[in-house]
Design a protein around this ligand. Sequence first.
Ligand code: ADP
Length: 410
Amino acid sequence: MSLWNKAKKAKTSTPEQSINTSRQNLNELVLKSIHEGVIIVGPNGNIRLANPAFCELSGRSLAELDDVFYDSVINLLDKTGNRISEGRNPINIALKNKEYGEVRDLDIVAADSNKNTPVSIIITPTHEENPNLIVTFRDIAQELKEERERSEFISTASHEMRTPVASIEGYLGLAMNPSTATVDERGMEFLTKAHEASQHLGRLFQDLLDTTKLDDGQIKARLEPVDVIALVKSIADGQIPNITAKGLGYQFGSGSVDQQLSGGKRIDQLIYASIDPDFLREVINNLIENAVKYTPTGWVTVNVRADNYNVQIIVEDTGIGVAREELSHIFQKFYRVDNRDTREIGGTGLGLYLVKQRVEAMNGRIWAESEIGKGTRFICLFPRISEEAYKQQRFYIDNQQAQGRENIDF
Ligand code: ADP
C-alpha cells in the first residue's frame, strides 16, 4: 500500500498529530504539484510512493504503481532505443550499492501512449541501513534540444577558429626561434606570453571540438576486453615523468576489495573489463594531470580494485582538495572552482566533463570524494567480466582483426 493511501486512512487526531498532518498535507501538496516525477522505491525494489507527474511520464495510474516491483512498470530505453539491461538500470545499481546516482542519457516510455521522454534521473538513498530510494525523473527534452544547438554552434566556431590560432602559434614559434628571427630580451618575454596564450587557446578549441564530437555521438567508444591492471599501470606509469618533475611521489597498487577487508593480504589476481583503451588512456591521463596540477606537495596514487561485480580505478592525490558543495559541479562543462588556490592554476574547465563523458560511454560511472587541504580521490567504476568472458571475447576480436573485419562492441 502506498504511503499516501496509508496517510488517508488516519481519522481522529490529537493537536500534535494535526500539526504533523498539516505538515504531511503540505508535503503531499508539494509532491503533487511539482513537474518532476518522484517515486520512493523500498529496499526490496517495490514502489512505495509515486506522484502524479511520474504517473504521466510512465503512463501508469497511481493504482498500477502501488507496491509493484519498479522494473515491471518503468520502461527505460538507452539512446539506441533499446530497453536497458538490469545491470545498467540506475535504480538497480543504487539498490545494490546504496549510493547516490545521477544519469541523463535514458528515455522513459509511457505505457499508455508509448511516448518517449528523455529524462534526468537522480537517485538519493535515505540514511538507513536498508535505505529507501528517492528517485526523481525530470523531463529534459527542451534542455537537450538547446544543448544540441549550442553544441553545433560551438563545434563550428571552434573548428573555424582552430586554424588561425594554429597559424598564430606557428608564427610566434618562428619569431621566438633564434635561427629564424632576432628579438631582444623584452620582446622574447612578450612573445613567450603570447605563445603560451595561443597554446592555451588551441587546447581550449581542441577540448571544445572533442566535447561536441562526443556530445553528437560522432565519436563512439570501441569496447574490447582488457586486463585492467596491466592497462592502467602502463598508462599511469607513462605519467611518472610528469609527476616526479613536480617533486611528487607516485604509487601504483592493485588488489581486490575482499583482500583489503581480509587484513590487507594481497593475492595478485587478474581483473578484466570491457573498455575502450584509448578512452581509458584519456581518462587516466586527465585525472593524473589534474592530480599533479592541484597538488603542491605529497603523493599521486593510482589503484585498481575489484569485487565480484565491478572494477574500480582510483586516482588519488594529497592536494588542495575540493569543497563539498563544489564536488557535484566539477564534472560540468566549463566549471572551474574559483578560489585563491585555483586562480593561479590554468585550465579550461572541460577536462572532467570529457572524462565523465568517456567513462559513461564505456558504461562506467565516475565520482569524486575530497577534503579541503587533504586531497581528492576520483573513482571510476566499470562492470567486471569473468576470465572466461575475457578469453572468449578476446578470441573473437583477435579472429576478426586477423580477417581484417570491424570489431563488434562488447
Ligand atoms: P580544469 O581545466 O580547470 O582543470 P577540469 O574539468 O579538469 O578543469 O576540473 C574542473 C575543476 O575541478 C578544476 O578547475 C579544479 O578546481 C577541480 N579539480 C579537478 N581535479 C582536481 C584535483 N585533483 N584536486 C583538486 N581540485 C580538482
